[in-house]
Design a protein around this ligand. Structure first.
Ligand code: ATP
Length: 293
């Protein structure tokens, strides 16, 4: 079985406060894009889980979210056979694109299908949150509002068709560092998440992009000005808007025209500001893995 684990971007990311348990209360608009890792899963007679990954710096044991997800389902259903998994990563790692979470989502879907466990999307999502707050969303895919710690999901209308340019600079930001650089009381610019949802409903890409915002961005840009440079380059070359995704450092630009996307992609490559440059489009079908073969 071969599954595509699609990456996400955050069209809007707001943080409302810190809960008593230390987690932050968020409000984010999530959007799946057509950039993906590929997970292959096979049944083996020999019990246990084996995993190989095409990049050396991602763990292949229990620390990998794919492993955790598969193990969780196999233990619950007392599956006696084993599985062998091969993960090909194309989504940049630790980049704010939920790569690991999406891989875990693919493992949940894959194990459910492979062993005919019969779990619905909702039942999978309930288990997925134990692996990570973003994993239920990665099962659901499409356009959604995420609240709580990211696990409370509400489906919203699909985002209007648009093109996406991804630029990830060669710097690393941990989510922990992003929170450390954030002074909750000092946030002046909260994105208008509700306004964005209305714009999406009205299929108004232009109004929506005007309202985009990510409260992590100023703190991370202070640390890594290259992020601002990538944003500027994208906007000077036709992006309606460019913004950092999640806790960074990946920047995405939104385009309404394929030719402009092509031109900006070439400019970004030429500039050498980004280590990963990838031109793609949004995944604007709301509806999980059901349409995937
Ligand atoms: P998010 O947008 O949810 O913050 P991210 O893009 O910041 O995600 P990931 O790429 O998911 O972060 O991975 C962060 C860390 O998780 C890595 O440093 C890696 O060691 C570990 N990890 C565990 N499983 C995976 C996986 N399948 N793919 C990538 N990293 C993984």
């Amino acid at each position: 079985m071969r599954l595509r684990a699609l990456a996400k971007i955050n069209l809007g990311l707001d943080i409302l406060g810190k809960r008593a348990d230390g987690y932050h209360e968020v409000r984010m608009i999530m959007q799946t894009i057509q950039m993906y890792d590929v997970l292959e899963i096979r049944r083996t007679e020999k019990p246990g889980i084996t995993l190989s990954v095409n990049v050396p710096f991602v763990p292949t044991d229990e620390r990998n979210l794919v492993y955790k997800a598969a193990q969780m389902l196999m233990e619950e259903f007392q599956i006696q056979e084993g599985i062998s998994m091969k993960l090909d990563k194309f989504i940049p790692v630790a980049a704010g694109m939920a790569g690991g979470s999406s891989d875990a989502a693919a493992a949940f879907v894959g194990v459910n299908r492979l062993f005919h466990l019969g779990l619905s999307e909702e039942e999978l999502m309930k288990r997925a949150v134990k692996v990570g707050a973003d994993v239920p969303y990665c099962i659901m895919r499409g356009t959604a509002l995420a609240e709580g710690i990211g696990e409370k999901l509400t489906r919203i209308s699909p985002m209007p068709k648009s093109y996406i340019l991804i630029g990830k600079p060669g710097v690393t930001v941990s989510t922990k560092m992003a929170y450390e650089n954030l002074n909750l009381e000092a946030i002046e610019d909260h994105p208008d998440i509700d306004g964005m949802i209305r714009d999406i409903q009205n299929e108004d890409l232009y109004e929506m992009t005007k309202k985009m915002g990510n409260v992590f961005e100023p703190g991370i840009i202070r640390e890594y000005p290259v992020i601002e440079e990538i944003k500027n380059l994208m906007e000077e070359n036709g992006a309606l808007r460019a913004m950092m995704s999640g806790s960074g450092p990946t920047v995405f630009g939104i385009f309404d025209d394929k030719e402009k996307l092509k031109k900006a992609t070439a400019k970004l490559k030429e500039s050498k500001l980004a280590r990963t440059v990838f031109a793609t489009e949004i995944f604007n079908r709301n509806g999980g893995y059901t349409n995937d073969k």
